[in-house]
Design a protein around this ligand. Structure first.
Ligand code: DP6
Length: 355
């Protein structure tokens, strides 16, 4: 299966020219979580996420031919040279070198910018690796690969996965699924697949994601450490089965527009992710007191008003508030009056899904 991504390019170093490409890619928020992986970035269960709108990475990749046979990369974040970022890109290059033949023939300069503050605790790996992968496929096409639009995106998703698993879902808009299963046609462990818009009720295309920055600067559990926690975890096998069951159960909900069933499933997924970490060895408690306070307040608001306000969590303390446009006005007053106080420095980010 991986064979299809091996490049057919035959360009030799002497034909190469300097140039520059750029790509913009949004972050995503998982509804059914990817937590656990096998060798070569193969997920242990299927996941699905909303691609966001306002939280994105923009990357320009400059390339110029060179003769030495090593990887050469300089990374600039917000215009500043970040020597500590280069090893991450080199590791990425090592993983994808079989599929992108020109990596050691160019010297690369990566100029990258995130729309969200570095300290916010929003992971930039999904949007960052997705933007990088999109840039590399553009270069491959400039050099003569001439992939169709569809094949270019598929390859970018395949490459992005090798940089960071969740990044493969950021290549497409809408709802994006990743992980092979027998109930979504075309699903694959190797790349993300856009879940068809026609299978999604319009109400789910209006969702907001307001991110409460409970603890700015807090490092979420690193993904390498995090996914490893599922190796030998006493509940791992059950979790992997349940994640796939949850995804399968979500599909008719997405079709019918049942917001309540959607919210309950998504909250259960988020709490399961955190429960897995609490039961891991070593154990992690990533919620902060204000995370819990915000969740309790949210549940109270929902009980009292019946408004469709739900949450999900990443591997960190921040709370993602999910709600449809139809209830946005009342909910945003509630966020300002009752939830803002749980955010460090009162900061939250207003984002929405991207269809
Ligand atoms: C909790 O994609 O960051 O956000 O493949 O090691 O880079 P690596 O992991 P990463 O893990 C994301 C985990 C999650 C859930 C999700 O996005 O599905």
């Amino acid at each position: 299966m991986e064979q299809q991504f091996i490049s057919t390019l035959s360009t030799t170093a002497s034909e190469l020219k300097s140039g520059s490409v750029s790509a913009k890619s949004p972050s995503n928020i998982a509804l059914v979580k990817y937590w656990g992986k096998k060798k070569n970035q193969i997920p242990t269960n299927s996941s699905i996420s909303y691609t966001l709108t306002n939280s994105y990475t923009e990357t320009e990749l400059k390339f110029s031919p060179k003769t030495s046979d090593t990887f050469e990369v300089e990374v600039y974040l917000e215009g500043e040279l970040k020597e500590s970022f280069a090893p991450k890109i080199i590791t990425f290059f090592e993983r994808i070198t079989a599929y992108i033949p020109f990596l050691n023939q160019f010297k690369f300069e990566v100029h990258t910018h995130n729309s969200f503050p570095h300290s916010s605790g929003i992971a930039s790996s999904a949007s960052g690796m997705s933007a990088m992968a999109l840039c590399l496929v553009q270069i491959e096409n400039i050099l003569g690969a001439n992939l169709s639009e569809e094949d270019s995106l598929k390859k970018a998703s395949f490459l992005a996965r090798l940089g960071s698993g969740s990044a493969c879902r950021s290549v497409y808009k809408g709802l994006v699924e990743w992980g092979e299963n027998d109930f979504i046609e075309g699903s694959s462990d190797l790349f993300g697949t856009k879940y068809p818009d026609v299978e999604i009720h319009d109400v789910f295309k209006t969702f907001h994601d307001t991110i409460l920055l409970i603890h700015e600067g807090q490092k979420s559990v690193s993904s390498t450490v995090g996914h490893n926690l599922m190796n030998g975890h006493p509940y791992a096998e059950r979790r992997f089965v349940e994640a796939n069951e949850n995804l399968k159960a979500l599909l008719p909900i997405l079709k019918s527009g049942d917001i309540k069933a959607f919210g309950e499933l998504v909250e259960h997924e988020a709490l399961t992710l955190h429960a897995m970490m609490m039961m891991s060895n070593p154990a992690f408690i990533l919620m902060k007191p204000n995370t819990v306070a915000a969740l309790e307040k949210l549940w109270e608001f929902r009980r009292e008003t019946g408004n469709h306000l739900y949450f999900t969590l990443d591997a960190g303390a921040n709370v993602h508030l999910l709600y449809p446009e139809q209830d946005a006005e009342a909910i945003e007053v509630f966020i300002e009056n009752e939830l803002k106080k749980f955010c460090q420095n009162g900061n939250y980010i207003k984002d929405k899904v991207n269809f």
